[in-house]
Design a protein around this ligand. Structure first.
Ligand code: ADP
Ligand code: TRP
Length: 335
């Protein structure tokens, strides 16, 4: 039997935040550590980064910060394949082959593109105003990332499920036409983790500038947590778990028993200010032990670079073999 392959990536824009951690980094590292029969592929999606961000300095710094985050949070580069998307040119070749197998109508339905169109129409603009081909074809590149390594399982936050379904669709279409070539991937979403909401009430996202960073001093973290939206209820007034996004964030870091106790305390009138102190401490319990390693790596980028180069060398062996198979399947062969 072939090993189960787990694969996930993070776009290299901005500083990694709590959502990235609970939605992708933590489940991926746990899966790698607890399933000895699995093979893990974790990567920095920098070609996806340049879709959303046109600031070269930010792409560069974010790549370093996200790599340092993975490593500080426990990724073991000996036991996993850890690489930068742009170091694997085979992914871009596969991207083209898959583009030729992707229905335009499928891309029209992608959330990111659809919401750009909706916003344009609401503002009275042309539907495709400021939409570039990178944004439009984003799900095909993501499909290439996944199919390139025949991943079975893709740990992601809920917002990415549609993209994994598109990858299944495209793989199925290819296999149907050219014969069995790609594994059909499954999204793996942590049941206990909601899509975390950011400081402005929208999804916590690097693109919205509404995030709580993973690594900061307790004081900085408390300051960020204090900005989470709540209502005007006074201390002593009963509060529901759905009255502030802080409950879902607490849940993402606590055991079920701690979560139940927190819900109980809110129902008994716990003050929002106290709840925020408890939340900040809970996050710190999990993340503070990783901070020193994170800071060390940030200060020694060559160490990260060496790890990424070694990862790319491992990844490219796999990628080459599958790309050759796909090229052969479509008729691109030596004469
Ligand atoms: P961002 O929206 O901040 O740019 P990415 O698109 O790079 O984040 O997402 C990387 C991973 O982190 C994905 O698996 C995504 O589902 C997960 N993720 C991002 N934001 C959140 C969130 N608010 N809650 C849970 N998971 C999230
Ligand atoms: N699109 C993902 C995101 O923004 C990042 C990503 C790129 C990804 N390629 C991937 C995630 C492949 C999982 C698998 O969250």
């Amino acid at each position: 039997m072939t090993a189960q392959r787990v694969l996930t990536g993070i776009t290299t824009t901005g500083t990694p935040h709590l959502g990235n951690y609970v939605g992708a980094i933590r489940p991926a590292i746990r899966a790698a550590a607890t399933r000895p029969d699995s093979e893990s592929y974790f990567f920095l999606a920098d070609y996806h980064g340049i879709i959303k961000c046109r600031d070269p300095q930010q792409i560069h710094e974010s790549t370093r910060a996200i790599a340092a985050t993975w490593l500080a949070c426990g990724l073991d580069p000996e036991r996993t394949v850890f690489y930068r998307q742009s170091d694997i040119p085979e992914i871009l070749e596969l991207n083209w082959i898959l583009s030729c197998m992707t229905a335009k109508g499928l891309m029209n339905r992608a959330h990111a593109y659809k919401s750009a169109v909706d916003n344009n129409l609401a503002a009275g603009n042309d539907a495709d105003y400021q939409v570039d081909m990178g944004l439009y074809s984003y799900p095909v590149l993501m499909t290439a990332d996944i199919l390139m390594f025949n991943a079975h399982s893709v740990p992601v936050g809920r917002d990415q499920i549609q993209h994994i379904e598109m990858a299944q669709d495209i793989a199925q279409r290819f296999n149907h036409h050219y014969g069995e070539t790609f594994v059909l991937p499954q999204a793996e979403v942590d049941e206990n983790v909601q899509l975390l909401v950011g400081l402005d009430g929208r999804k916590m996202s690097k693109s919205y500038g509404n995030t709580i960073a993973l690594f900061q001093t307790p004081k900085q973290r408390q300051k960020a947590v204090n900005k989470i939206l709540t209502n005007m209820k006074e201390p002593g007034e009963p509060k529901g778990t759905d009255e502030s996004p802080l409950f879902a964030i607490y849940q993402a870091f606590a055991t079920p028993a701690e979560t139940a106790a927190f819900a109980d305390a809110l129902a008994q009138g716990l003050a929002w200010g106290e709840a925020k102190k408890m939340l900040s401490a809970k996050i710190g319990e999990e993340l503070d032990p990783f901070t020193e390693k994170y800071e060390h790596l940030l200060a020694h980028p060559q160490q990260i670079e060496d790890i990424l180069q070694a990862g790319a060398a491992k990844a490219r062996v796999q990628a080459r073999a599958l790309l050759d198979k796909a090229r052969y399947a479509v008729g691109i062969r030596a004469l």
